[in-house]
Design a protein around this ligand. Structure first.
Ligand code: NAP
Ligand code: G4F
Length: 358
């Protein structure tokens, strides 16, 4: 009998890679989608006719839909990836973020209990390095104290603790992956790496003038999303439910990511100036290609994330360096150089077609 997996957030970056990964392993995969005015799910469109892949309408803010889906499909494994996942936007919609990112986790756990699956169903919760926030230790590991530093991170902290609580109170196999930033050619376009790779590709093709960013000095431990979904699965195959830090153990700044991405597009950038006055200048032409705006600064920002993946390497046999930083930038740039070749519509100064602010 094929194992049955249920993925919330299947239309997202991680959900789409995880669905592919589980289908390849022979799982029957069920994904939850929410109704939207555009019913095209770009990241999973290629999977929609695959045998063993099924979609259900539901929402993390709607307990009844969770109970209905989980009761109907009776999954062996649940991957709870759905979230309002943008940190800056969590300052704009804090209450909604709390409902989906915090209470949503509780709803999934309670749905599993309501359906009588507490002893059989294993649950993965998408936790985050944002829990370390205003960091109290470098690098951050499983024992590092949490100091969440945004409405998103505070909500994710509730998710982390309620999973731990249900594990201890009811003996459920539920665990959290404390994942550091992971990116890909499917990353949402307003996260900083994808904003940069798309802009570098467009600028090199004369389709965008400049890129406007926030804090260029922010440091992140960036990995490749495709490698990280394997770890989610490994955590649920473990003998016992445990929480793991998932990271590469390498750190880079936003500025450095810019330089590498633009170099890939044939533009050598030199940064000059400080703070809001800092500019990224094309060394060959003297044109300013990167500027800084306070619009992209957060009321509180997490600026020094570096993970220690030793526990995942030792206990799960996971390789944190499968896709090194250089390869991640190359994969994203190769994809985006091709993607923007087909674009003709004019873009605003932020490289966006809408008035959105992130
Ligand atoms: P993402 O691309 O933003 O995808 C989020 C997914 O959640 C989408 O499928 C979205 O559906 C769905 N969703 C949002 N609100 C929902 C709701 N109310 N009900 C049901 N579904 C909802 O995020 P990601 O990068 O794949 O991240 C996956 C998970 O890992 C998230 O929980 C995120 O917070 C966490 N995480 C991510 C990273 C990272 O670096 N990527 C690191 C640590 C933790 P729509 O397509 O309809 O919007
Ligand atoms: O790409 P970001 O928006 O990702 P952030 O805030 O680290 O959150 C992502 O990773 C978390 C794991 O640590 C996940 F939990 C979360 O769901 C999400 O996937 O920003 C990265 C850094 C920040 O310090 C930000 O201030 O880049 C800085 N930054 C500088 N300019 C910018 C920009 N971020 C964005 N989004 N846009 C900018 O223009």
């Amino acid at each position: 009998m094929a194992k049955i997996a249920f993925i919330t957030g299947v239309t997202g970056q991680d959900g789409s890679f995880l669905a592919e990964f589980l289908l390849e392993k022979g799982y029957e995969v069920h994904g939850m989608v929410r109704r939207s005015s555009t019913d095209f799910h770009e990241r999973i469109a290629h999977l929609e006719d695959t045998p063993g892949f099924h979609l259900h309408y539901g929402d993390l803010s709607d307990s009844l839909s969770l109970v209905k889906i989980i009761g109907q499909i009776r999954p062996d494994e649940i991957y709870n990836l759905a979230a309002q996942s943008h940190v800056q936007i969590s300052f704009d919609v804090p209450e909604y973020t709390a409902d989906v990112v915090a209470t949503g986790v509780l709803r999934v756990l309670e749905a599993v209990r309501t359906c009588g699956l507490a002893n059989s169903c294993r649950i993965y919760q998408a936790s985050t390095s944002e829990l370390f926030g205003k960091v109290e230790e470098i690098p951050q590991r499983e024992t590092t104290p949490f100091h969440p530093y945004s409405p998103y991170a505070v909500a994710k902290q509730y998710g982390f603790w309620i999973v731990k609580e249900y594990r201890e109170a009811y003996g459920m196999f539920c665990c959290s992956g404390i994942l550091f930033n992971h990116e890909s050619e499917r990353r949402g376009e307003t996260f900083v790496t994808r904003k940069i790779t798309l802009a570098a590709a467009r600028i090199s093709q004369g389709k965008q003038e400049k890129l406007v960013l926030g804090n260029l000095s922010s440091l992140r431990d960036w990995g490749y999303a495709k490698d990280y979904v394997e770890c989610m699965w490994l955590m649920l195959q473990n003998q016992v439910p445990e929480d793991f830090v998932i990271a590469t153990g390498q750190q880079h700044s936003v500025r450095e990511f810019c330089q590498k991405a633009f170099r890939y597009a044939g533009i050598e950038l030199e940064f000059a100036g400080q703070g809001l006055e800092e500019k990224g200048i094309d060394i060959k032409t003297g044109n300013v290609r990167v500027e800084v705006s306070p619009q992209f600064y957060r009321p509180t920002d997490v600026v020094n994330l570096l993970g220690d993946p030793s526990k995942a390497r030792e206990k799960l046999g996971w390789n944190p360096q499968k896709t090194p930083f250089q390869d991640l930038v190359r994969i994203m740039m190769e994809h985006d150089i091709q993607k923007v070749k087909g674009e003709s519509r004019p873009l605003n100064i932020r490289g966006k077609r809408t008035g959105a602010t992130t």
